[in-house]
Design a protein around this ligand. Structure first.
Ligand code: AVI
Length: 319
């Protein structure tokens, strides 16, 4: 039985024009790039869930562990909030730790992947009958509007998984600034941020032995083939991920080992042998560099929690 969730489709939907336009722009650029937000079709979202289970991908389990230990401390500082808003809600498992500690009146999950959003919010509605559950499918990286009938007098936002790291520092600052502008005074943001660490640990996390991250990266090409008019063949590309220490980021690329031409929406693009399509950056911060970024966006960084190995951080920012 489908459970009653409030689905807000009046917000701007992530539609095909942006996949088409951004793909054409990225393939025409030098060096070539593609936007990581298009990883998350149904298959990509499933692969991302599998990445989160890989032994090398410490991010998910470490953040869960920090939240399990610190949820009450975080909420002691944050105080009561009646509305919890999760950005990029995905499978919404980590948010359960906050929901159970905070017991808000309402929850709003926002995600770019509609199928995934609906199934995860329906599971929350089933498991927490006391909670008013809302879902909004939108690309919040450009603009964030909250649905009109979602009461958000005392909102707490939750942005887990270090998704902030997929923005450049400039984009991350602008994004935090937008959240700051949407939140009323006293509103807060719980945000997971991955930390700079040993290169081997970082690179293993993006080159898992089961090749799930490779499949996730290559699925971007399959999506272009499925949704646009294109002959691009994912089997003619290989996954590459490495830590760029000067930029403090993991870079993911798809390399064309051989020279080839691909056609997308009637336009032809040439790859030289060994040429790369840059698909993702995942920036890593220090506790200090992230607090400075939050401060520049007008937030007060009221608390930072890490695991014992200092792999990951959960930060509480107040408006
Ligand atoms: C969603 N985001 C924080 C992930 C990351 O680690 O940057 C996406 C990802 N890319 C490869 N593996 C996971």
């Amino acid at each position: 039985m489908a459970l009653a969730i409030h689905f807000h489709d009046q917000l701007q939907q992530p539609h095909d024009a942006s996949l088409r336009d951004e793909t054409l722009a990225g393939f025409a650029a030098s060096p070539k790039w593609a936007s990581p937000k298009f990883f998350y079709d149904r298959r990509g979202s499933e692969l991302f869930e599998q990445i989160c289970q890989q032994p090398e991908y410490y991010i998910t389990r470490t953040e869960e562990q920090i939240l399990a230990e610190a949820a009450n401390d975080i909420l002691d500082i944050a105080g009561p909030h009646s509305d919890l808003i999760e950005l990029g809600s995905g499978a919404s498992r980590k948010v359960r730790l906050l929901l159970e500690a905070l017991h808000p009146t309402s929850y709003l999950g926002i995600d770019i992947s509609e199928d995934f959003l609906l199934s995860s919010t329906q599971r929350l509605a089933a498991d927490y009958p006391w909670l008013e559950v809302h879902a909004a499918c939108t690309d919040f990286s450009n603009e964030l509007n909250l649905p009109d009938d979602f009461s958000s007098e005392h909102p707490l936002m939750f942005f887990p998984g270090s998704s902030i790291g997929n923005f450049t520092p400039g984009e991350a600052a602008a994004f935090l600034q937008r959240l700051h502008d949407v939140l009323p005074a006293g509103g807060g943001l719980v945000i997971g941020v991955d930390l700079v660490k040993d290169r081997a640990v970082l690179e293993a996390a993006y080159n898992d032995r089961a090749h799930v991250t490779a499949a996730f990266n290559l699925n971007l090409l399959q999506r272009i083939r499925n949704e646009l008019d294109s002959d691009i063949d994912p089997s003619r590309f290989v996954h590459r991920a490495f830590f760029n220490e000067a930029e403090s980021r993991i870079e993911m690329h798809l390399i064309s080992p051989d020279a080839q031409d691909v056609t997308i929406e009637g336009r032809r693009f040439h790859f030289d042998a060994g040429e790369s399509l840059h698909t993702e950056n995942s920036y890593k911060y220090t506790l200090e560099s992230f607090a400075a970024l939050a401060d520049a966006a007008g937030f007060d960084c009221r608390g930072q929690w890490t695991d014992r190995r200092g792999l990951f951080s959960v930060n509480y920012l107040e408006r």
